[in-house]
Design a protein around this ligand. Structure first.
Ligand SMILES: [Zn+2]
Ligand SMILES: [Zn+2]
Length: 196
């Protein structure tokens, strides 16, 4: 976003000199610039970089933040909505398991109370006499959730740029196309711009 104000220096700036029209300097250039002020016996004031946004960008920033916060609140509501669904599902599983278990208790009690048995009981009786009853320990599968993953959708801004501007500013050469190009893609080696 920012560039060191030293000609051809590509390092990211870390300070700005208040004496020299808030010029930005990288780590290395800050030392060189300090020496320059010493040599010239002039004052220097290095400050952390501070910047203002244009009114339009500031409004857009704040509007987008408001929208982002609304979306976060919406996400919180959706999480609660989904959590309630899971809660209901677990409640249903518990209820249905209890119904089955209570039915088993009833079946055992029915046999327990009897002195005389019917033919249909024989299988159950044999089963009970043979061994012990043992349940597998209850298991709910682990609940995992993707709850805070988000993406920022870039609002595409349509901007008209001339062929010369593309060549001068981006060093890209457009060939074989004369009409308006609505979108472009850049090859993996950053060498060519193509119209998809
Ligand atoms: Zn300075
Ligand atoms: Zn620099």
């Amino acid at each position: 976003m920012f560039k060191c104000s030293t000609f051809k220096c590509l390092e990211p700036p870390i300070k700005q000199c208040s004496i020299c029209r808030e010029a930005l300097f990288c780590n290395k250039c800050t030392i060189i610039h300090k020496d320059k002020h010493f040599e010239e016996k002039t004052q220097f004031i290095f400050k952390s970089i501070k910047f203002n946004l244009s009114k339009a960008r500031l409004t857009r920033l704040r509007n987008n933040i408001k929208e982002f916060i609304i979306n976060i609140e919406l996400q919180k509501n959706n999480i609660i909505k989904e959590a309630i669904k899971i809660h209901k599902k677990i409640d249903y599983m518990i209820k249905s398991a209890f119904e089955q278990l209570d039915f088993m208790i009833k079946e055992y009690f029915d046999i327990y109370r009897k002195n005389k048995f019917k033919e249909k009981d024989i299988h159950k009786i044999q089963e009970i006499i043979k061994g012990k009853s043992k349940f597998e320990y209850p298991l709910f599968s682990d609940i995992e959730g993707i709850l805070t993953k988000n993406i920022i959708i870039i609002n595409h801004i349509t901007k008209s740029v001339s062929r010369n501007k593309i060549q001068n500013e981006y060093g890209l050469f457009l060939e074989g196309h004369t009409n308006l190009v609505k979108s472009v893609a850049i090859t993996n080696d950053n060498q060519f711009v193509i119209k998809p």
